[in-house]
Design a protein around this ligand. Sequence first.
Ligand SMILES: [Zn+2]
Length: 130
Amino acid sequence: MWKVLTYEDKILAKKKIKRKAIRNSLFVSLFTFIFAILEDRYLGSGRIRYDPNLLSEAYPPQTWDEIASNIHMYLILSVLMGLFVYLFVTRERSVTRICISCENRDHDKLQEKCKCGENLYNLDDLSWIE
Ligand SMILES: [Zn+2]
C-alpha cells in the first residue's frame, strides 16, 4: 500500500537523490579524465577534441609530455561530462498523482479528489510499503 511521506522523509529522499547525482557525476568525470588521457596516449584519436583540423589526418599516439601540456583540456572535458550527468540525474518533480485508497492513477491536474473521495497525492510524496 501507499504511505504518505512525512516532511522529514521528503527531505531525506531529496538528499538521497542529490547524493546519488553527485556520486554519479564524480564517477563520470574521473572516468572521462582517465579514458581521454589513455585514448590519446595509446590511440591518439582523441586529438580531434581540441583540433578539428586533424579530422582528416591520422592521429599518432601522444607522448606523456604532450598530454601534460594539454591537461587543462582533459579537465574541462571531464568537468563538462560530470556537470551533464549531474543535471541529467537530478530529475524534475513527478507529475503523476495517485489515490492512496484505490490506487487509481488516472487523474487530470485540476482534479482535487479521486472519484472514491480520497485525496490525491503526488508520486514524490508517497512511498510504497509491502
Ligand atoms: Zn480513489
